[in-house]
Design a protein around this ligand. Structure first.
Ligand code: MN
Ligand code: MN
Length: 460
C-alpha cells in the first residue's frame, strides 16, 4: 500500500540511533527470555526497577493503594499483569495492552528419557503450530524447571552460554532421502519423530542402557535430579543462541519468539513511560495463546478479572457491579504479530490489505478464517479514536488482515477480553517466518509499535 510512507523516512540520523538502541534492549530481552517463565521473571525485574510493587504483598500487608501507584500481579510465574493506577475510579474503565509470552517450541514428554542404539534421546510433544521440518538439524537449547517432590525447583538452561553444549533433532541425509522427499511437507518429519539427541558416552561397567546411565549420572551431579523428576518438570526445547541484527543495513532483527514477545516488550516498555494517568493503564502478558488461550495462565482464565477485583479492593472501591463496569468500560489493544508481506510468497496476500515491513504498527479490524469465523471484529467507532490517537502522536500505522480470504487464518486473545463487552482490536508487529525457529521483524515497526502503545495509553 503506497499511501503509508515508509517510517524510516521520518527520522534523521540521531533519531535512527535511538531506534537502534531501543532494539538492542529488545534483542537482549528475547535472547534472555525464551519461555513464559523467563519472560515473567525478567519483566518483573525491570518493573520493580521502575517502582512497581507486588500486588499480592500489598494485599497481604493490607496496605491501601492510590492514584499513581504501580503494581504487578504474577499468575503462577507464567502470566503477568502490570497496573498504573489512574486518577479516575476503576469503574470508568482501563486502557489495556495485552500480548502473549508463550511461543511455539518443542516440549519434553513426562517420561522422555530413553536409549536407542547407544544414543540417548528425549521424547517430545511440540507446542503450538509448527512446520516440523523447520525444527530439525539446528542447535536447540533446553530451558525450564524441574520441581522435585519436596517442592524445590531446579532451573535449567542448557545451550545458551558460550561453551555450553547444544542439543537437537537429526534429519535424514539427502543421499538416503528418496522416499522422504516424495512425502507431503506435513509428513516429511512426523511429530513422534521429533526426538532430541542428548548423549552417546556409555557409563563404564554398566551392562544395560549404559549411555542412559551416564546421562542420569550427569543429571544427578549437575542438577540433583532423578529420572522420575521429569514427571513434574516443564522443559522446553527452543532454538539456541541470541537474537541478531538481520540485513546488511541492520534494519531487522532475527530472533526466536517474536511471536509474541515483540508485542510483550513493546507493551511493557510503553507502560514504563506512563506516570499518573487519568484512567488506570494495564499491561497484560499471558501464556497459552498458541494452544488456544486455555488453562489457568491463558487468557481464558479468570486471573485478570480477579486481579482487577483485588486492585479495586485495595483502592477501597470494590463491588461486583463496579468490577463489571471496570471491565466493560475498558479499551484494549490485543497485540499479536501480523504476517508481513513476503515477496517470495506474494500469492497468499491481497496487496491492499497486507502488512508491510517499514510501515509501522499494524491494526487488524478482524482476524479469523473462512468468513471471519472466530474473530473479534473491532467497531469502527473505536478504530476512529485509535486513528486520531496515532495521528496526533505521528505514529506510522497500517491496516491488514491475515492473508487472502480463505487462504488460512488464526485467532488471538482478543475475543476473550471482548467477552467482557469492552472495545478490543487486534494489532501488532509484522513478522516474516512466523512460527519458524528464527523469525524476522523490522526495527522501525518495533519502534513505531511502542510509540503507538504510548499514544494509546495517553489518548484513549
Ligand atoms: Mn501470536
Ligand atoms: Mn503464533
Amino acid at each position: 500500500m503506497d499511501s503509508v510512507e515508509n517510517a524510516w523516512n521520518k527520522y534523521d540520523e540521531s533519531q535512527v540511533e535511538k531506534i537502534m538502541e531501543y532494539n538492542e534492549g529488545y534483542k537482549n530481552y528475547i535472547s534472555v527470555c525464551k519461555t513464559e517463565r523467563e519472560c515473567v521473571r525478567e519483566t518483573i525485574r525491570q518493573a520493580e526497577e521502575k517502582g512497581y510493587r507486588d500486588l499480592k504483598k500489598v494485599i497481604e500487608a493490607k496496605e491501601s493503594l492510590k492514584a499513581g501507584d504501580k503494581v504487578y500481579y504474577n499468575n503462577m510465574d507464567k502470566a503477568l499483569a502490570l497496573f498504573v493506577v489512574g486518577e479516575q475510579p476503576l469503574e470508568k474503565g482501563m486502557k489495556i495492552l495485552g500480548a502473549h509470552i508463550d511461543s511455539p517450541r518443542i516440549d519434553l514428554k513426562q517420561n522422555p528419557l530413553y536409549e536407542d542404539t547407544e544414543q540417548v534421546l528425549l521424547d517430545t510433544h511440540y507446542y503450538g503450530g509448527i512446520k516440523k521440518y523447520q525444527w530439525v538439524a539446528l542447535p536447540l537449547a533446553l530451558h525450564g524447571v524441574v520441581v522435585k517432590k519436596d517442592g524445590t525447583k531446579v532451573e535449567i538452561v542448557i545451550g545458551e552460554e558460550e561453551g555450553d553444549p547444544v542439543v537437537g533433532i537429526s534429519d535424514l541425509l539427502v543421499h538416503l532421502s528418496r522416499e522422504q522427499m516424495e512425502k507431503k511437507a506435513s509428513k516429511v518429519i512426523e511429530g513422534e519423530d521429533l526426538n532430541i539427541l542428548i548423549g552417546s558416552i556409555p557409563l563404564k561397567d554398566e551392562k544395560k542402557d549404559a549411555v542412559k546411565a551416564n546421562i542420569k549420572k550427569l543429571l544427578k551431579e549437575k542438577y540433583g535430579i532423578e529420572e522420575e523428576d521429569f514427571i513434574s518438570a516443564e522443559i522446553e526445547a527452543v532454538p539456541a543462541g541470541k537474537a541478531r541484527d538481520f540485513g546488511i543495513d541492520k534494519s531487522m532483527v532475527m530472533g526466536y519468539g517474536h511471536d509474541d514477545r515483540v508485542c510483550a516488550y513493546t507493551s511493557y516498555t510503553a507502560m514504563f513511560e506512563i506516570e499518573n494517568p487519568d484512567r488506570t493503564c494495564v499491561c497484560l502478558l499471558v501464556d497459552k495463546e498458541e494452544i488456544g488461550s486455555t488453562g489457568a495462565t491463558g487468557m481464558e482464565s479468570k486471573f485478570f478479572e480477579n486481579a482487577v477485583a483485588e486492585l479495586m479492593d485495595r483502592l477501597g472501591d470494590y463491588s461486583e457491579l463496579k468490577l463489571r463496569r471496570a471491565l466493560q468500560n475498558s479499551q484494549m489493544l490485543s497485540s499479536d504479530v501480523s504476517a508481513a508481506f513476503d515477496p517470495n510468497y506474494p500469492s497468499v496476500n491481497e496487496k491492499k490489505n497486507a502488512a508491510y515491513f517499514g510501515k509501522g504498527i499494524t491494526f487488524n479490524k478482524f482476524t479469523g478464517s473462512r468468513g471471519k469465523s472466530g474473530s473479534n471484529d473491532a467497531n469502527p467507532e473505536y478504530i476512529a479514536r485509535l486513528r486520531a490517537a496515532m495521528e496526533k502522536h505521528n505514529v506510522s500505522f497500517q491496516t491488514a488482515e491475515l492473508g487472502k480470504v480463505d487462504v488460512g487464518g488464526g485467532g488471538t486473545i482478543a475475543k476473550f477480553m471482548a467477552s467482557y463487552n469492552m472495545e478490543v482490536i487486534d494489532c501488532g508487529v509484522p513478522v516474516l517466518n512466523m512460527h519458524a525457529p528464527w523469525e524476522i521483524a523490522s526495527k522501525i515497526d518495533i519502534y513505531e509499535t511502542m510509540l503507538g502503545y504510548i499514544a494509546f495509553l495517553k489518548e484513549l
